[in-house]
Design a protein around this ligand. Structure first.
Ligand code: GLY
Ligand code: MN
Ligand code: MN
Length: 385
């Protein structure tokens, strides 16, 4: 339950967060989103909150995690203090913030109305001068650019995931059941050092390949039909995510056409990735290739997403939302619209034809100072024998 980033990694994370909070007029933030707590403290257990203060962070957790929290504080060189829940999390939060005074930010994206009502009412009734003020995506914006520690884990995770994929793909043959292939994948992930799958493993064969998120079923793989395999693992706390589409024998001209389109779309999308490009440009590049081949209307999702402590995180790599006209909420720290060195993304165009089948190809990439590094390396071959 400890990720153990060293103090020289934790310190710049705290500094970056304080820099994005300053324009919002808050110098303290109540962090209630677990992956954000993990990023700020290295705590990877199932329950905790954190209070970011001007010079340190209080990690608040309960008796189950006392040793882990003490170990984190001991290794953090004064950057992290601990507090333990003796009654409830919310009462502990009030105890910690009631005497602070002034506005303290909270994470409006995950705070429930019930919790906020209770916290504000309890503070008021106790005569506290502390107020809670909404913020949005402050930690998520910081997390969108990975540091050296994170890049090391993502690079290693992507290599290990590629090795698992190569092993599994070599063993696929007609007659196997989707669910058994998923089990083989998940066994391979554990043997390769992953702590868990990053999401429910997808094995979607034949007409089920038209379901972008078709979880493995009892269906038996038939000769010459497409099979979409999409799986990921969590390595050292970080998620990697890969998709290949294969067929045991030639699946025919239509499926080959989808495959060539998706492969070309993915290559075009990867080719435009470099710092300064709009994330929406990456999506546009993939979509243009599929549009030109008459397949654009079959590409029904975004081109990719950020990867990190969560399997789907900022930035999104999708269509421009400028036309939506939605104003950001006050207190929002915007997610960067432009790619920056250190971002890790998936690039995963797909084509889905209801009742017939589908194709997706997904790789993980790192935006580098000069362009892009593809972190996963698995052959892109449709027909295997
Ligand atoms: N299977 C989740 C994804 O690729 O985004
Ligand atoms: Mn995936
Ligand atoms: Mn993905």
């Amino acid at each position: 339950v400890i990720l153990q980033p060293p103090p020289e990694i934790l310190a710049p994370r705290q500094t970056r967060l304080r820099e994005v909070l300053a324009p919002l007029g808050v110098d303290r933030l109540l962090v209630t989103t677990l992956p954000n707590v993990a990023w700020l403290t290295g705590f990877d257990g199932s329950a905790a909150v954190a209070l970011v203060r001007p010079h340190d962070i209080i990690l608040v957790t309960d008796a189950r995690y006392r040793e882990a929290a003490d170990e984190i504080a001991a290794g953090a060189g004064g950057l992290i203090a601990t507090a333990f829940v003796d009654d409830t999390y919310d009462e502990t939060i009030v105890r910690l913030i009631a005497g602070e005074g002034g506005p303290i930010g909270f994470e409006a994206g995950s705070m429930t109305v019930a919790r906020l009502n209770w916290l504000t009412t309890t503070l008021e009734r106790g005569g506290s001068r502390t107020s809670l003020t909404p913020t949005m995506t402050a930690v998520e914006a910081c997390r969108s650019v990975k540091d050296a520690w994170e890049i090391g884990l993502l690079r290693e995770g992507a290599q290990r995931l590629s090795a698992v994929a190569i092993g599994v793909l070599a063993d696929i043959r007609p007659g196997l059941v989707e669910r058994d292939i998923a089990q083989a994948i998940e066994g391979g992930l554990r043997r390769a050092g992953f702590s868990r799958p990053a999401f429910d493993t997808i094995v979607a064969s034949g007409t089920r390949a038209a379901l972008p998120h078709g979880r493995a079923s009892d269906r038996v793989i038939q000769p010459r039909e497409v099979v979409v395999l999409d799986f990921g693992g969590v390595y050292g706390g970080y998620c990697v995510d890969l998709t290949r589409t294969i067929a045991c024998g030639d699946p025919g001209a239509e499926a080959r056409d989808w495959y060539e389109g998706v492969r070309a779309a993915q290559a075009a999308a990867i080719a435009v990735i470099r710092p300064g490009r709009l994330a929406t440009d990456v999506d546009h590049a993939a979509r243009t290739v599929l549009d030109d081949r008459g397949l654009g209307h079959l590409f029904t999702h975004g081109t990719g997403h950020g990867l990190g402590l969560e399997v789907h995180e900022a930035p999104r790599v999708g269509r421009s939302r400028l036309e939506s006209g939605r104003e950001p909420m006050p207190g929002t720290v915007p997610i960067p619209e432009h790619l920056a060195a250190g971002m890790t993304l998936t690039v995963e165009p797909g084509v889905y034809v209801p009742g017939r089948g589908g194709v997706r190809i997904e790789d993980d990439v790192l935006v580098t100072a000069s362009g892009v590094e593809v972190l996963t390396s698995v052959p892109r071959t449709l027909v295997i024998d």
